[in-house]
Write a protein that binds this ligand. Sequence first.
Ligand SMILES: [Zn+2]
Length: 57
Amino acid sequence: MKGKCPDCSAEIEIADDSIEGEIVVCPDCGLELEVKKNATGKIELRQITIEREDWGE
Ligand SMILES: [Zn+2]
């Protein structure tokens, strides 16, 4: 399974048994990304922001 870095668009290998909330680091730009599953069960990578923001819930 592959994900895409939202910052540099590098392809990142994600293990098939990755769980939501797992942290992966982009090998290209070093950005930390959180594994997320969307409504269809597809794995997505989401940038972890250090700045405070509204997380919803
Ligand atoms: Zn990247």
